[in-house]
Design a protein around this ligand. Structure first.
Ligand code: NAP
Length: 454
């Protein structure tokens, strides 16, 4: 007779970014006996911490040490280079696990829907960010940086990230883990100016204060705004939320300040502007911006309304940073309007058996900072643990975990486990050390797999 046991519970976490890791940690805290298997389609974990956070923000990236601690816990396993929907199916996971948590984030861009959007030289921030961060999918992007001016669409933190990466001094860039292909291109770039366009006003911008404030510390960068758009008294309204007032104080500083005429780089904030058309003969040559006024709707939200006035800006590079969008997972419900999985506090709607859950951006949309995912994951895991406790225990052999691994390795011979990832990690860090860089990223899939093998 085989030795059967009703415990431990086996949970699959699909996606190894912050939300996946916070969910794994919350599960391990709640059920000391739980087994958590974390999957990622890439050979490397950490999601946007590795492939999204700007390389000149090493402090933010250092949150990965928390994920290392989770990965070192008893009951945790990492299975990289395993793609749900290609290598394995949702049904196969449901057969083998008591529950699945989808933590796959928002993997694509929100579209502008304007003529010329797909001209060469018009690039989604998702792609550009992936490119400079060494995400294997975007290594070959080769953005055209042979232009003096870049126009960035969107007034959020990603817009700031991409504009800053274009304008950082060489020494600052060289100290980062920017992928080498991007480092060379950015250092040799002709871009001297980035114009960040917000469709609404400075009050409505989605930047966070730390990210705005740090611009003042960048060498050789003149940051400017139009005093007509950011008047001197704009922050003096004490009915505004504190964070908005702090942002406005910084922005009005940019507008009031006489920019250093000798600065090598220039960043401009231009508000009340929507992209209307991107034009060019075979590649981007200019962008037409529509001038907006603001109107407050019945819901209290301020909307940008086109005045009909137009402004043409010559540029060879348009970066579209208007937000991310989730992708549907095979067999999992999906709301196409929001680009998220419909759920109630993390329990996927329509899952009457209470076995599928969501966390992070695929749950709530692409908003918030890394830490936001902790609370979000805790909410989902609280329900998951309650559901597990209520359910009839599943009879499984004591070596169920081992059987699952055997099945996976058979299906995915190139699977990268935690030891494989640690080998990649050590190699990258070692390569960075002589130049004082946090790491030199390996971006080639085959090389990553080779490094991961014992
Ligand atoms: P975001 O904060 O949602 O900003 C998107 C911007 O795009 C908004 O200004 C939005 O304007 C604008 N936009 C949307 N559709 C548009 C259109 N059709 N035309 C023109 N503009 C349009 O998104 P994000 O910058 O991608 O950032 C995603 C999340 O990651 C945010 O929560 C952000 O704070 C976070 N993040 C944090 C950091 C950090 O902490 N350092 C770094 C990067 C990202 P409206 O407001 O008018 O819609």
């Amino acid at each position: 007779m085989e030795n059967h046991t009703t415990r431990p519970h086996h949970v699959a976490v699909v996606g190894s970014g912050p939300s996946g890791f916070y969910a794994a940690a919350a599960l391990l805290d709640a059920e000391p006996d739980v087994r958590v298997d974390m999957f990622d389609r890439l050979a490397t974990p950490w999601g946007l911490v590795r492939a999204g956070v700007a390389p000149d923000h090493p402090k933010i990236k250092s949150v990965s040490s928390q994920y290392d601690k989770t990965a070192a816990r008893e009951g945790f396993r990492f299975f990289g280079h395993v793609c749900l929907g290609e290598d394995i199916t949702r049904d196969e996971l449901l057969e083998r696990y008591d529950a699945i948590i989808y933590a796959v984030g928002s993997q694509t861009e929100r579209r502008l829907g304007i003529p010329g959007e797909d001209l060469p030289g018009s690039i989604a921030s998702v792609d550009f960010v992936g490119w400079y961060n060494g995400h294997p999918d975007y290594v070959d992007l080769a953005p055209a940086l042979d232009t003096e001016r870049a126009v960035v669409i969107g007034a959020g933190n990603v817009a700031l990230d991409v504009a800053r990466m274009l304008l950082l001094p060489e020494a600052d860039l060289r100290a980062t883990d920017t992928a080498d292909h991007a480092l060379d291109a950015l250092v040799g770039s002709s871009v001297r100016e980035a114009v960040i366009c917000g469709r609404r006003g400075p009050r409505e911008a989605a930047f966070t204060t730390t990210e705005l404030r740090e611009l003042t510390d960048i060498d050789d960068l003149a940051v400017v705004a139009d005093p007509g758009q950011v008047p001197a008294d704009i922050a003096d309204d004490d009915t505004l939320p504190k964070a908005t007032r702090r942002n406005l104080e910084i922005l009005r500083g940019f507008a009031a300040h006489e920019p250093d005429p000798g600065a090598r780089h220039r960043m401009e904030f231009r508000f009340y502007r929507s992209p209307v058309e991107i034009r060019g003969d075979g590649r981007v040559e200019e962008i037409v911006l529509g001038v907006n006024r603001l109107e407050t709707g019945e819901d209290g939200r301020t909307r940008a309304v086109d005045t009909g006035e137009r402004e043409t800006v010559p540029t060879g590079l348009v970066l579209r940073a208007v937000g991310y969008r989730g992708l549907a997972l095979p067999g999992v419900p999906f709301d196409d309007d929001t680009g998220t999985v419909p759920h109630t506090e993390g329990r996927i709607d329509g899952d009457d058996h209470r076995r599928e859950y969501v966390v992070g951006w695929i749950k709530r949309g692409p908003s918030g900072i890394i830490g936001t995912n902790k609370k979000d994951a805790n909410e989902t895991v609280r329900h998951l643990v309650a559901d597990l406790a209520e359910r009839e225990p599943v009879d499984r052999p004591a070596d169920h975990g081992e059987s699952v691994e055997t099945w996976l390795r058979d299906r995915c011979p190139d699977l990268v486990d935690q030891a494989g990832w640690q080998a990649i990690d050590a190699h990258e860090r070692g390569r960075g050390e002589p130049d004082g860089r946090p790491r030199v990223k390996v971006v080639d899939r085959e090389e990553l797999l080779k490094l991961s093998r014992p």
